[in-house]
Design a protein around this ligand. Structure first.
Ligand code: AOF
Ligand code: ZN
Length: 349
């Protein structure tokens, strides 16, 4: 049965409640419990990993039995797994809830499926009420939940012949000002911006997002991966966010930690060794390649060995957009679904 007016306005309220929760590893979720007559019985929201989920928070404000036959209006599909807390679908069933209305499906391989669990218990679950608003609120959390890790964009600039630097290592200004401005817009959309220690030392990048004549309002967290020691004077230590430094080659561990910190969209800026490592591991979802009409030659390739030994193993992409930027051309491409590797947590199916 489609949602009625009281349920829709309760969902709008639940979305407001959700925003009280922190952005982080866990989604922002709100819940409102309505009586069969449409009166608000209780409200709840999720306060972050390890605390009660929104539905359970709302139920906890009611005396035993008071939710019998009531409707739970929740911004996210009630979870169906035991993570840091128990499954909300079971909590709703135990409380005698008669109907559930939710906005957004939980895409988690383990946490999803709550709607089916409710249906199996004879509880009507009405999905996708104010879905667009719910998805807008959760944003990139949804990508990370589906992938089991942050969404990864690997970016590079290259000459027409596929080089990222000249023989002496110089690499600045392969592409022109329009392409560089575009990179800053892309940085501003990311939660974290990642470079290898080699690039951090050689290029000394600031890793800020600069648009127009100043710093963009949103700054991605700078991340450095690799074993080499950075000089204390590195410019990235002047970044508004404290840099995260990982002295490891275990990209999965790095991604898992970034997700724990609520950094759901990762922008890998290089250099070629790190970009190639993400590609080789199948941990890239999107490629952003800026191609300049210059020839460099030599052996400083934009992408090195990615484990392709024979042409049948070539990694195919789908190009979503080709954009001229001044004299350069931008390719915005993604890996076909099966190619990018998801990451499942221990014990998840
Ligand atoms: C809900 N209601 O309010 C939230 C849900 O480790 P846990 O137990 O905190 O579980 C986290 C996962 O549960 C999270 O990734 C997401 O799939 C779901 N979050 N589910 O029913 C809530 N916060
Ligand atoms: Zn839950």
């Amino acid at each position: 049965m489609a949602a009625n007016e009281a349920e829709r306005s309760a969902m709008a309220r639940a979305l407001e409640l959700a925003e009280r929760g922190p952005r982080g590893r866990n989604p922002q979720v709100g819940a409102v419990i309505l009586s069969p007559a449409g009166d608000v019985l209780a409200e709840g929201w999720h306060r972050g990993a390890g605390t009660a989920h929104a539905e359970v928070d709302a139920l906890s404000k009611l005396p035993d039995g008071a939710a019998r036959g009531a409707t739970a209006v929740v911004t996210l599909e009630p979870c169906n797994h035991t993570g840091l807390t128990g499954p909300c679908a079971e909590a709703l069933i135990a409380a005698g809830i008669g109907r559930v209305v939710f906005a957004v499906d939980d895409p988690g391989p383990a946490s999803g499926g709550g709607a089916e669990r409710l249906a199996a218990a004879g509880i009507e679950a009405e999905p996708h009420v104010l879905r667009a608003e719910g998805e807008a609120l959760l944003g990139s959390w949804l990508d990370a939940a589906a992938l089991g890790r942050p969404h990864v964009t690997v970016k590079w600039a290259q000459s027409l012949d596929g080089r990222a630097a000249a023989a002496d290592g110089t690499s600045q200004w392969i592409t022109g000002p329009d392409a560089r401005a575009d990179v800053h817009r892309e940085r501003a959309r990311a939660d974290a911006i990642v470079v290898g220690t080699g690039t951090a030392i050689a290029d000394d990048p600031a890793l800020t997002a600069r648009t127009g004549d100043g710093l963009d309002a949103h700054q991605p967290v700078p991340v450095v991966i690799g074993a080499r020691e950075l000089p204390a004077t590195a410019r990235l230590y002047d970044h508004p966010h404290e840099p995260l430094v990982y002295a490891t080659h275990d990209l999965r561990a790095v991604l898992a930690d970034l997700r724990e910190r609520g950094l759901h969209r990762v922008f890998v800026e290089g250099g070629p060794t790190l970009a190639s490592a993400f590609l080789a591991a199948g941990l890239a979802d999107r490629v952003l390649a800026y191609v300049a009409p210059v020839l460099i030659g030599g052996d400083r390739l934009a992408v090195a060995d990615i484990g392709v030994g024979t042409i049948g193993e070539a990694r195919r992409l789908v190009v979503d957009r080709v954009t001229p930027l001044g004299h350069d051309i931008r390719f915005d491409a993604r890996f076909a679904d099966a190619s990018a590797q998801t990451m499942q947590e221990e014990g998840e199916r």
